[in-house]
Design a protein around this ligand. Structure first.
Ligand code: B12
Ligand code: SF4
Length: 535
């Protein structure tokens, strides 16, 4: 049987990183079946195109995965595929939270022949076997003999053969630039961000988060050896093919067990398996100096921190009192001293927020080392404690907001602001955080750092916003570069000056956090005094 695994596009990013679930399930598929992957962000298709593709490829089963924000699109695709006579199984967080919706048991239309609840590592081979026999059941749940939910232990963990997967569609280097880079042999013809999980689960139970409910509060880890081997394989592959690879450890809280994270990082360092990496870690865990030293030594470059709010009352309201706003600055300084920067995430529309929350938050952010702030509205995802609380209080204005998805739109009434005011605060926060003036101030604030650090910082600032707002068109890119020309020009001029004075000197500053199309040209790299450290 030929199987298609499909993830609908999110309507924002062109491509960024493969979705791990597709590659994991492909690896877990019994070898007598063929699996084709399509990520809508990398290969956009409408319903008709997808159905044509399925017919042409003689696909016998389609698996669709989606977050809540993409579920309406996923249902539309599923409807078209089922209408063409091909069975659809859906999985992932949303259908796990509201399976009746996908199965049409809630009074709405049916979108899926079957749903896979929760983690599907063990149920997937069963689903495939049933589909091959034409005996697909409606619900697949990972249960033990007593009918209790069984979570995969992650030991052993399958070897995802990244080196054999077609990752062409996830290359971060724009197609137009590749031939030039190939000719110059710079090793930057291709840049990939690869998702790796080292563990699953987070016990913290923040009120708005789906993770504790989905993965459970029992944390499970892969063995250090298995993670290190995956990194080594990726590193070897990157070196052999003169490609750049970066890693996103997609664990919900990468340092949830500090002892284990330290031991993993030590093993990565000892094996020489370092690749530039990013991960999500909560602020409370970054108090540990030794952990931060190990993050730096293992080539951690960007840490995503869910700060949510600078107001402790708000944090208590959403069960996140372990975040201490008073220590945010110290945490970020500790990271910045080691050349590690942060993606800091904030939520507006929390119950204690009032008008002016953007200005107050931005003022705080400006007093910290520069990072990449992101802002979102409080979103009641189905099955979260937040959702239940808002239902009880009668505060949901769009109880099924996902069926009519609109980015950055509230789905409930906040307590101390209007919905429109929250939207305005969000817009202010995003606009000010990535304005030309703010970008320049951010780069000037690290004027004492080497030029490659500053260049990378600017490039990342320019690119990063594109994960949340569409900015991938040529026109949008041109405008972005034009707007920021002064900061770009200054860095290039400084780099060029240094290059001229050291024309014959060997270049030795490694900055593999780079990974940006802007630094792909060999001359530009020389000007900025950088070389990749993958060798
Ligand atoms: C990586 C990640 C991202 C990446 C996504 C890009 C990418 N290519 O992966 C980035 C950083 C961009 C991102 C952004 C966002 N994310 Co995110 N993200 C994650 C994260 C941390 C890991 C996903 C992952 O790979 N997990 C590991 C795999 C193995 O697990 P899995 O995907 O659940 O798959 C398993 C099962 O679900 C099942 N399965 C999944 N799909 C399918 C399909 C079929 C057919 C079958 C049979 C089974 C199946 O099988 C798999 C193996 O067991 C998750 C949290 C988490 N731990 O999952 C949040 C998560 C998915 N994100 C979430 C959210 C809310 C967001 C944002 C909306 C946040 C925001 N406010 O901006 C944005 C959206 C941005 C956008 N433009 O779309 C929520 C989604 C909740 C929901 N109900 O939809 C999660 C669950 C985190 C949370 N705090 O609740 N995210
Ligand atoms: S710490 Fe992060 S992953 Fe854990 S429950 Fe809170 S928001 Fe979710």
């Amino acid at each position: 049987m030929r199987i298609l695994l499909y993830n609908p596009d999110n309507g924002v990013t062109h491509n960024f990183m493969p979705h791990l679930w597709m590659f994991l399930l492909k690896t877990l598929t019994p070898s007598e079946h063929d699996v084709v992957l399509i990520d809508g962000n990398a290969r956009p298709m409408d319903e008709k195109q997808l159905v044509n593709f399925i017919r042409k490829q003689k696909i016998g089963l389609v698996g669709i995965g989606a977050m809540t924000r993409m579920i309406a699109r996923a249902y539309r695709m599923a409807d078209a595929i089922r209408a063409a006579g091909v069975p659809v199984v859906m999985g992932g967080p949303h259908v796990t939270e509201v399976p009746d919706e996908a199965l049409g048991r809630d009074g709405g239309p049916r979108h899926a022949d079957a749903v896979a609840l929760g983690e599907a590592d063990e149920t997937w081979p069963r689903i495939v076997a049933d589909a091959a026999r034409g005996e697909l059941k409606e619900i697949y749940a990972p249960l033990d003999e007593q009918g209790k939910e069984r979570k995969p232990s992650l030991q052993p963990y399958p070897d995802i053969p990244w080196e054999k997967m077609d990752l062409e569609q996830f290359d971060l280097v724009p197609k137009v630039a590749r031939p030039l880079l190939e000719r110059h042999g710079s090793g930057w013809r291709s840049v990939h961000m690869i998702p790796i999980e080292s563990g699953r689960g987070c016990p913290y139970g923040c009120e708005f988060c789906t993770v504790t409910g989905f993965f459970g509060d029992s944390i499970r880890f892969r063995s250090n050896e298995s993670v290190v081997n995956e990194l080594l394989r990726l590193k070897r592959h990157a070196r052999k093919n003169r490609r750049q690879v970066m890693v996103f450890f997609i664990d919900d809280n990468f340092a949830i067990s500090i002892k284990r994270t330290k031991s993993l990082l030590r093993d990565i360092i000892a094996a020489g398996a370092q690749l530039p990496w990013t991960a999500q870690i909560s602020a409370n865990l970054l108090r540990d100096e030794e952990l931060v030293d190990l993050i730096a030594a293992s080539h951690g470059k960007w840490i995503f921190i869910g700060m949510e709010s600078i107001d402790s009352v708000n944090l208590a309201d959403v069960n996140k009192s372990f975040n201490k706003p008073a220590e945010y600055a110290a945490v970020l300084d500790r990271l910045a001293q080691r050349g590690i920067y942060s993606i800091t995430s904030f939520i507006f529309g929390l119950d204690n927020d009032t008008v002016g929350v953007a200005a107050r938050t931005l003022k705080e952010i400006e007093s910290w080392p520069p990072g990449l702030p992101i802002f979102g509205q409080l979103t009641p995802f189905p099955s979260t404690p937040l959702y239940q609380r808002l239902v009880k209080a009668g505060r949901l204005t769009r109880p099924k907001h996902w069926l009519d998805f609109a980015p950055f739109q509230m789905a409930h009434t906040p307590l101390k602001m209007s919905i429109a005011e929250v939207h305005e605060e969000l817009s202010k926060a995003w606009t000010n955080s990535y304005s030309r003036e703010r970008n320049e101030r951010a780069i000037n604030s690290i004027a004492d750092k080497p030029i490659d650090h500053r260049a990378m910082h600017l490039i990342t600032r320019l690119i990063f916003r594109g994960i949340y707002f569409p900015q991938m068109g040529k026109r949008a890119w041109a405008k972005l570069v034009l707007d920021n020309r002064r900061a770009i020009y200054r860095l290039v001029r400084e780099g060029f000056g240094k290059w001229r004075t050291r024309k014959t000197a060997t270049v030795t500053v490694p900055i593999t956090e780079a990974g940006s199309p802007f630094l792909q040209d060999e001359r530009a790299r020389d000007v900025l005094q950088v070389i990749p450290d993958l060798n």
